[in-house]
Write a protein that binds this ligand. Structure first.
Ligand code: HEM
Ligand SMILES: *[C@@H]1O[C@H](CO)[C@@H](O)[C@H](O)[C@H]1NC(C)=O
Ligand SMILES: *[C@@H]1O[C@H](CO)[C@@H](O)[C@H](O)[C@H]1NC(C)=O
Ligand SMILES: *[C@@H]1O[C@H](CO)[C@@H](O)[C@H](O)[C@H]1NC(C)=O
Ligand SMILES: *[C@@H]1O[C@H](CO)[C@@H](O)[C@H](O)[C@H]1NC(C)=O
Ligand SMILES: *[C@@H]1O[C@H](CO)[C@@H](O)[C@H](O)[C@H]1NC(C)=O
Length: 523
């Protein structure tokens, strides 16, 4: 019948709904983007990709981005996928506002991806009062006083790298990445759960490592996907999470495994407490001990197993790998740092904090190589973003604030901010740890990050929970390694560079992750 009449009411209704949806969607977008239309930015002839491939698939992170920033200033308009306008921001006042204001959330793409990776009740996936309650429960374990307890575990991890390096001294060059990665996961499992990675189970550690690696890989397909992901409704994401692809199956398995392991750890600690044993020093034990007062339920704690391992693992390891690479490129600074380490005697936390070169070095590495170089946010309400430096619009107006509409995607150029010449000086792109000692480090509004005006650990309510632990871990392990070994660049062109998609990763010319160095024992 349909065939004869050529008319199908269902099909027509569907077509009509599609046309109306597309119209409403476009109208919302035109309305949303009107407020940023006059902000200058690079032209982009590609509707599908915009400038996103250049942004995320650059050979060396920032190849285009740092150049755009110099050309268009610290706020510019960048074409996203499917013709969408994004606001790129590295102005310190604007960053500070966005990091701290409730009108901005993780972009839907980022938020939904975090929900695929981690339990929906874990600290990165929740907001408001519940988020504050979780932070309050975890804070004692990550406070300045709390992290001191983990020094023995960090020392042990450092000594294990020393042993591994001693065994590879006869080699032409050593890839320091796997060694730092192993050390880092030992630190986080000891600090968080009081156990070794082996006790956590090889399968879980393997999946957690692969999850972290997934964040470091992007191709054209994932660029388009990232563009689409922000506009898909939540139920599409929820349905997608059930699809039988290999990657998603692994994510699901990792999540189930993490919760199971988390519950076992919690049960083990509770039964030790019932036997009258003193609680251990790790974060889970301490929270459970405090929880006799009802701070967190066992399930709420177990929900954090996988987040703590993944957030605390390759982040610190990659930062230290970039650090050793810069030391190899700067032998004079390496020698000075070694002299400071050698002359500073018995190491306590106070001693580490009083070593000027060591701390300047760590800040400089975090500045040049923020492991999360670009963050994505969405405005959840109409708001006005203030700027530290006014900008010229393409219509010739000078503006010192930018109104944005609900739904506007904003990219926070963390790495770009940390290399801005107007803030850090003409040598902003160079490794120069002395800038932190000579007080030439920074010249404008503070961004309110927790450490040295940097945003490598982000800022505001969702500031990195483990930043003090990460700094202590780097202080201890760098001191151990630089005190005992020298690091030199190997012959030929196998010097690592920073490749970045969602996270920065030191990458060899072959495209594989790695930092190959010539290592020699000094004492
Ligand atoms: C050099 C090392 C590290 C860097 C550069 C780093 C960076 C960051 C950044 C940029 C964020 C914000 C993510 C966002 O909301 O968009 C973050 C959050 C977080 N980090 Fe780190 N991190 C490091 C080490 C650690 C360590 C050792 C831990 C320990 C477990 C940790 C645990 C967390 C947690 C739990 C969050 C979520 C906090 C929240 O949403 O309230 N991180 N980190
Ligand atoms: C992206 O930006 C550059 C300017 O840096 C421009 O030449 C290019 O055509 C743009 N678009 C694409 C799709 O590459
Ligand atoms: C466990 O908690 C109790 C009271 O909540 C406290 O007195 C005790 O010091 C805690 N034990 C440890 C080892 O932290
Ligand atoms: C470290 O200092 C001691 C003296 O305190 C000196 O004998 C030794 O050579 C120094 N080592 C290095 C690597 O500078
Ligand atoms: C956040 O933004 C709103 C709207 O622009 C503003 O009224 C409020 O004061 C801001 N809050 C903070 C903490 O800056
Ligand atoms: C903005 O325009 C003014 C002139 O109207 C000019 O002096 C200034 O250099 C411009 N600023 C930038 C960042 O282009």
């Amino acid at each position: 019948m349909d065939h004869i009449l050529g008319y199908n009411p269902l099909k027509s209704a569907a077509a009509l709904i599609a046309v109306i949806s597309a119209f409403l969607w476009l109208r919302a977008r035109v309305r949303r983007e009107r407020t940023i239309r006059h902000i200058a930015g690079p032209p982009s002839p590609s509707w599908a990709f915009g400038n996103m491939s250049q942004l995320t698939l650059a050979e060396q992170y920032g190849d285009s981005e740092f150049h755009w920033q110099r050309t268009y200033g610290p706020v510019y308009r960048l074409k996203g996928c499917f013709g969408e306008d994004h606001l790129m921001v590295s102005d310190p006042g604007a960053l500070n506002f966005i990091v701290n204001n409730k009108s901005f959330h993780h972009s839907p793409m980022f938020a939904n991806f975090m929900k695929l990776l981690y339990d929906k009740r874990s600290i990165i996936n929740v907001r408001g009062d519940y988020h504050r309650r979780l932070r309050t429960a975890f804070n004692p374990g990550f406070s300045a006083g709390g992290i001191r307890r983990y020094i023995p575990a960090i020392n042990k991890a450092g000594e294990e790298i020393t042993q591994a390096l001693d065994l590879s001294l006869s080699l032409q060059s050593v890839d320091v990445c796997p060694l730092l990665s192993t050390a880092s996961i030992c630190v986080i499992t000891q600090a968080a759960f009081g156990c070794t990675p082996e006790e956590l189970g090889a399968e879980f550690v393997e999946i957690a490592t692969r999850m972290a690696e997934m964040a470091g890989h992007e191709d054209k397909g994932s660029v388009l996907w990232a563009g689409l992901g922000n506009r898909l409704p939540g139920w599409v994401w929820d349905t997608m999470a059930l699809l039988p692809t290999a990657g998603l199956a692994e994510l699901r398995k990792g999540k189930i495994l993490a919760k199971q392991i988390g519950r076992e750890i919690v049960q083990g600690k509770l039964s030790a407490a019932r036997q009258g044993l003193e609680p251990d020093d790790d974060i889970f034990s301490q929270i459970l001990n405090a929880s006799s007062g009802g701070v967190l339920s066992e399930e709420e704690l177990a929900a954090h197993t996988s987040l703590l391992v993944i957030a605390g693992h390759e982040t610190s390891a990659n930062t230290m790998a970039f650090g050793l690479l810069e030391l190899a490129r700067n032998p004079e600074f390496q020698d000075s740092l070694r002299r400071e380490i050698n002359s500073s005697g018995e190491k306590t936390e106070a001693v580490y904090n009083s070593m000027p070169l060591l701390n300047a070095f760590i800040k400089e590495i975090l500045r040049l190589f923020p492991i999360v170089p670009l963050e994505e946010r969405i405005a959840i309400a109409d708001t006005v973003i203030p700027l530290t430096d006014s900008i010229n619009t393409s219509t010739g107006d000078r503006i010192s604030e930018i109104p944005v509409r609900k739904g506007q995607i904003i990219k926070l150029g963390i790495a770009a901010y940390q290399r801005m010449e107007s803030l850090w000086g003409a040598d902003a792109g160079d490794f120069n740890p002395y800038r932190w000692i000579q007080g030439k480090n920074y010249q404008k509004d503070a961004v309110g990050g927790p450490y040295g005006n940097l945003l490598a650990f982000f800022g505001g309510p969702h500031v990195c929970l483990g930043w003090r632990l990460a700094v202590l871990e780097m202080q201890v392990i760098i001191s151990e390694l630089v005190g005992k070994f020298s690091f030199k660049l190997p012959e030929g062109d196998n010097v690592a560079r920073m490749r970045g998609a969602n996270v920065l990763q030191p990458t060899l010319p072959s495209g594989e992750k790695g930092v190959r160095l010539r290592v020699a024992r000094i004492i």
